[in-house]
Design a protein around this ligand. Structure first.
Ligand code: ADP
Length: 492
């Protein structure tokens, strides 16, 4: 980072997560963990990111050096290699935890080949957390040691706990909740295996209805808690969103803040995106239409009167995509067409595949995960649908804004914080960037679809909205500043 060299050094951070772009991604967590180091470098913080060495990752680390080792990390030998990996900004400082007995296997990072959670996921991510706490406490063999341990989600939730239980007076800890729905529950019989002190297996500790909760452990012990949007931070205080942890969140509310995720502006830029056929920007939106035609061709869709709607998502209850199926007749009746790229619940995969079969030329579905295709859809679609029941931040609507693809979102979490509804006042004052609807209601989504179609029919206005969407500042500057100030306030 050229600019970072001129910035005053503020300190060091060990960022710990189960996924990180560009090495491994299943969702937004990876994008954020991968983008944080560059964002924070501009504020003077140096981050190293600790990640499990899943198959094939070590080969992507340049000039790897062994900087930490253990003869027995939860049942086998382990070591950490340090080195750089290429990212959109040049390079990312990585620490990979090599523990073949835990990470060297087929399937996906969380699931076996049958699609079930690995039975030893508790051990796999406790090991990651244990290594993080040890590194924070004693440093790497090359002398590097963090001022701040920054844990992400339940997979790193035990890291602040191990740090607190083992004592480390000069390292502060922070946990970020990217999604409270995933809490890392394990049976109490694993207490000893996970090296957790029995005395903290209580309601005031990491016990959750008779089980071990890794996320709760992190929330109870970290010096600060963040989540990825201000609205989600507020929502987490309520039972509807806190998913059983609202009491813990309320208890710790003075440590909680919401910091919106940013976007890696280099990766997500329709002007330079290597995945799309026709580069464009806000001043030549005609080239966006060429991407639309290319997308229609790729998916075998006919040209329609209405907008081309798209979904790029995990197909789960959280994402509210059953509501898209409910409202499909209304969408088609208004001349809309629909592209879906996603995977997840078997029932929902089937239902979308059936919708495509029932409406050839109008609905097209890719079941699977395809990064390159996702870029082509962001560029070619007119409307991105994100009707989530809850959404901690959401990145799909942010990428859509960047590509002039207007988001149709539910009014919750980060969606409410990042999309400005095209009501009359917002249109007249030229601030609108999309459409918001009430969450979890088909009638409201249907109305949103109608409003989108009406806006689309007024092409001049539509282009204004697109330009406004593309001008919305989405980079890391503001969020990095907020993290920087928080790190500074925690530094011991
Ligand atoms: P979550 O992390 O809850 O899944 P986010 O909106 O925060 O949701 O992030 C989703 C990320 O995953 C985005 O980068 C989106 O483009 C990407 N994504 C989701 N599903 C797919 C898919 N099937 N193929 C390619 N990218 C996908």
């Amino acid at each position: 980072m050229g600019n970072a060299a001129k910035v005053k050094n503020q300190g060091t951070v060990l960022s710990v997560a189960s996924e990180c772009v560009p090495l491994v991604k299943t969702g937004g967590l990876a994008d954020v963990v991968g983008a944080l180091p560059d964002g924070l470098a501009l504020t003077g913080w140096h981050l190293k990111t600790l990640l499990p060495a899943y198959p094939g990752l070590a080969e992507r680390i340049k000039k790897p050096k062994v900087v930490w080792s253990s003869k027995n990390l939860f049942g086998g030998c382990a070591q950490v290699i340090s080195g750089k990996t290429a990212n959109s900004d040049g390079a990312l400082d990585m620490l990979l935890l090599q523990a073949p007995h835990l990470y060297d296997r087929g399937g996906s990072i969380y699931l076996n080949t049958k699609g079930n959670d690995w039975p030893d996921n508790a051990q796999r991510f406790a090991a990651l957390s244990w290594a993080a706490a040890e590194i924070s406490r004693k440093g790497l063999s090359d002398g590097w040691r963090p001022n701040i341990l920054h844990a992400h989600d339940w997979q790193a939730g035990l890291a602040p706990a191990y740090l607190a239980y083992g004592g480390a007076k000069d390292v502060a800890s922070l946990i970020t909740i990217h999604n409270i729905a995933f809490q890392g529950l394990a049976p109490a019989t694993l207490l000893k295996t996970l090296k957790l002190p029995r005395k903290h297996f209580v309601q005031d500790g990491f016990e959750y209805w008779g089980k071990i909760s890794s996320l709760k452990a992190g929330l109870m012990t970290a010096d600060a808690i963040t989540t990825v949007s201000p609205t989600y931070a507020q929502e987490l205080l309520e039972p509807e969103f806190g998913m059983g942890l609202e009491g813990v969140i309320r208890l710790k509310r003075d440590r909680l803040s919401g910091i919106l995720n940013g976007v890696d502006l280099k990766t997500w830029n329709p002007r330079t995106d290597a995945h799309i056929a026709h580069a464009y920007g806000p001043r030549d939106l005609a080239a966006k239409s060429k991407n639309t035609r290319a997308l229609e061709k790729e998916f075998g869709l006919i040209k329609g009167q209405g907008p081309l709607f798209a979904v790029i998502s995990r197909l789960t209850h959280q994402k509210g995509l059953d509501l898209v199926l409910d409202t499909l007749p209304a969408l088609l009746a208004r001349g809309g067409r629909l592209i879906v790229l996603g995977s997840g619940d078997a029932g929902m995969e089937k239902a979308f595949a059936k919708a495509a079969k029932d409406h050839p030329g109008l609905v097209a579905v890719t079941i699977g995960y395809d990064e390159a295709q996702s870029h082509r859809i962001y560029a070619g679609a007119d409307v991105m649908m994100v009707p989530s029941r809850f959404e901690p931040c959401g990145l799909t609507q942010l990428y859509a804004l960047r590509y002039g693809t207007l988001p149709l979102v539910s009014r919750t979490g980060g969606l409410a914080d990042t999309v400005i509804d095209a009501n009359n006042a917002a249109v007249q004052t030229a601030v609108a960037t999309g459409v918001q609807v009430a969450p979890n209601r088909s009638d409201s989504l249907e109305q949103g679809i109608r409003r989108m179609c009406d806006l689309f029919a007024k092409q001049e206005l539509w282009v204004k909205l697109q330009k406004r969407a593309m001008a919305q500042p989405l980079g890391w500057e503001q969020s990095a500043q907020a993290y920087s100030e928080l790190y500074q306030s925690l530094k011991k």
